[in-house]
Ligand binder design. Structure first.
Ligand SMILES: C[S@@+](CC[C@H](N)C(=O)[O-])C[C@H]1O[C@@H](n2cnc3c(N)ncnc32)[C@H](O)[C@@H]1O
Length: 646
């Protein structure tokens, strides 16, 4: 996004010969891809005969769609919450074989090409044990010289990554990078129906759709009482932000609200249908006290057919579908049904296996946390069947920490062992420390520019906070939109002693923003984790100790799946955490850089084969310079583990 920002590689000044001898992340990916390709070819060769046999056996694809999948799986690393699955091929019985796309290998598969923040002289982590203030580090060119990626390292990245080659094109008189179409050489990876189903739930939870039945009812009450659709009157929110609405603006609101109404009613419909199955089973149990069970089933069916006005066959077909809803509800809770909405219709009941139920069960509390905090009123819908409507989780989605399969726990106590008074305020944007900077914002790069006339340094387009004026689409989920949506991310408890980390609920495409590094803009802090920013005018620190956003929780990996980039929005420098291709269920990681680790008396627990800082105790013991830096302090990985950002 920002031209000129370079990235580093695991093969750097600190890489040992032993590390080089191990299979690299890139070679692992290529190996997996080759196996996947061979498997896909074998599957496609044998498939016609298999399908023919199935059809000859009398299978009717119209009434019973068949979906076959082949994938390679390895146990997950890092988050511990996902399997690393490399889908090979999938086929629907009526379709031609659909080869999968090769995904960029991800951090969680342990095979992401190592792309660090090294070589970013103005975007550096400064470890809390640093003895040098930020300003002197940022201005010392020697600190970065040795970290620049070698030619070999960059080549390896280009080959192993899913990088799209760019070339310069002229648009609106500006030279811009253009994306070239990449011709796939491997079978294309496609998410399974189940993966799509889960992603659909996350998307819907993190969307701006409001699940508020009262809003729906109030519209119809207005039509009934006055004949005037309330939907066409001005909305309070839009009135305050846009002053007045024309016909088009009103129509936008009408359409949005009708879409929300549709979703809300579909959710109500599914809740009632899943609950009906439970009531049916209860009725059968009741009748079975007086007659044989099979007879009781038939009697309950006849009773229901009379009430529905359906034939026995019609009701049986519906019941099979509704039982699928009920099973999903039993595994993943009502939340999965409510937010899956139309996704359920596409999700075949044949996709439900023991494995998918286990996965659904593991996601239940995570779905509930996200839904309770993003849609405080969603549980009101459950009132339609008399189920409890009280929220379990309140506050900001990132006030909670998810644990594999368990209920989420509050964030603050996870830091009490280091700070009994810990609290964290969630910020939308950074706040400038007045004591440090007075009225000046040190991120200013275009002091003389009228913010209303700002031009993007990356794409050359006009930038504005008013979505109607904004043309710049760089990091569109962060800037220039009326109300940025929350990125589907959760704080999670790492299983290997890194305290908390950041978990991606959905895949985050390469190049998309994970978030802006937001906190207190200050200076002169030492002994704390800070991000260092630098413009031509000033060097500043961003501290996230007590306030900030989710980027505080990103852990380091020597093979990261995101990196920091500088970006200028409305004349102010921002530091954006951008995805390098993050898999759903994977931990978001970044390379903190050599400077950070140099000043940190810990061992890296990223678990990557290319890890540069894992045998630090040995390295530290061997380094007289390091001994001096630590003042003779005991270097004790787990025991002396003190959390950063204090
Ligand atoms: C910016 S915080 C990251 C979030 C932190 N884990 C938390 O719970 O708040 C940086 C601290 O996380 C821990 N950490 C991050 N990545 C690590 C890694 N690869 N190995 C060991 N510790 C790590 C270290 O304690 C580090 O000082």
């Amino acid at each position: 996004m920002v031209p000129g920002l370079s990235s580093g590689d695991g093969v750097g000044a600190n890489t040992t010969p032993q590390q080089l001898a191990r299979p690299s992340a890139g070679s692992h990916k290529r190996g997996m891809d080759e196996i996947a390709q061979q498997l896909a070819m074998q599957v496609s060769e044998q498939l016609p005969a298999v399908l023919e046999a199935i059809l000859r056996a009398g299978h009717d694809p119209a009434s019973q769609p068949l979906h076959l999948e082949c994938s390679l799986t390895t146990p997950g690393q890092g988050s511990g919450l996902i399997d690393n699955r490399l889908p090979v091929a999938a086929v629907n019985i009526s379709n031609a074989i659909v080869p999968f796309n090769p995904s960029p290998l991800t951090e969680s598969s342990g095979a992401t090409p190592s792309v660090g923040s090294i070589g970013l002289p103005h975007v550096q982590w400064q470890g809390k044990n640093s003895t040098t203030p930020a300003t002197s580090q940022a201005k010392d060119p020697d600190l970065y010289g040795s970290e620049r990626p070698t030619k070999r390292a960059r080549q390896r990245y280009d080959i192993a990554s899913d990088a799209v080659p760019t070339s310069a094109v002229q648009r609106n008189g500006n030279v811009e990078p253009a994306r070239k179409k990449r011709i796939p050489t491997n079978p294309a990876l496609q998410p399974s129906t189940f993966d799509k189903f889960i992603t659909g739930i996350w998307d819907s939870i993190y969307s701006s759709i409001r699940m508020d039945p009262a809003e729906v009812i109030e519209q119809w009450q207005a039509i009934e009482s006055s004949g005037q659709p309330k939907l066409l009157t001005e909305d309070q929110h839009e009135v305050t932000t846009r002053n007045s609405l024309g016909n088009f603006g009103r129509m936008n609101i009408l359409t949005r609200k009708i879409s929300q109404t549709g979703k809300t009613f579909r959710s109500l419909e599914i809740i009632v249908q899943a609950h009906w199955v439970q009531c049916f089973d209860d009725r059968v149990a009741e009748l079975a006290t007086e007659m044989p069970r099979e007879k009781a089933k038939r009697a309950a069916m006849s009773e229901a057919c009379g009430d529905f006005g359906w034939t026995d066959k019609e009701l049986r077909n519906k019941t099979a579908i509704w039982r699928g809803y009920s099973d999903i509800k039993d595994a993943a809770g009502w939340v999965a049904l409510v937010f899956a909405s139309t996704g359920l219709y596409r999700f075949s009941k044949y996709s439900l296996t023991n494995e998918t139920f286990d996965k659904l069960r593991a996601l239940r509390h995570r779905f509930e946390l996200a839904a309770d905090t993003c849609h405080p009123k969603w549980r009101v819908l459950l009132g339609i069947i008399g189920a409890p409507t009280e929220r379990k989780y309140i506050g900001h989605p990132h006030d909670w920490v998810v644990e594999a399969g368990d209920e989420a726990i509050p964030l603050a106590p996870t830091y009490y062992q280091w700070d009994p008074n810990f609290s964290y305020k969630h910020l939308d944007g950074s706040v400038v420390d007045e004591e440090a900077w007075g009225g000046y914002d040190p991120r200013t790069v275009m002091a003389d520019t009228d913010p209303a006339m700002a031009t993007c340094q990356s794409c050359g387009e006009h930038q504005s906070d008013d979505p109607r004026q904004n043309v710049c689409s760089c990091y569109a989920n962060l800037y220039g939109c009326s109300k940025p949506n929350l990125v589907p991310l959760q704080i999670f408890r790492t299983p290997n002693g890194k305290n908390n980390g950041l978990l991606a609920c959905c895949p985050i495409e390469k190049g998309l923003a994970v978030g802006e590094f937001v906190g207190e803009i200050t200076s002169g802090l030492a002994g704390l984790d800070v991000m260092i920013g630098e413009t031509d005018q000033a060097t500043y620190q961003i501290w996230q100790g007590r306030q900030g956003n989710h980027t505080k929780f990103v852990n380091h990996s020597c093979a990261p799946n995101s990196h920091f980039e500088r970006f200028v929005w409305l004349g102010k420098q921002r530091i954006v955490l951008a995805s390098l291709g993050i898999e759903a269920g994977g931990e978001v990681t970044v390379d903190y850089g050599e400077t950070y680790w140099h000043n940190l008396d810990k061992e890296c627990k990223c678990g990557q084969p290319c890890c540069r800082y894992k045998d630090r105790r040995r390295q530290v013991d061997a380094s007289p310079e390091r001994r001096q830096l630590l003042g003779g302090a005991k270097v004790d990985g787990e025991d002396s583990d003190e959390e950063g950002n204090r």
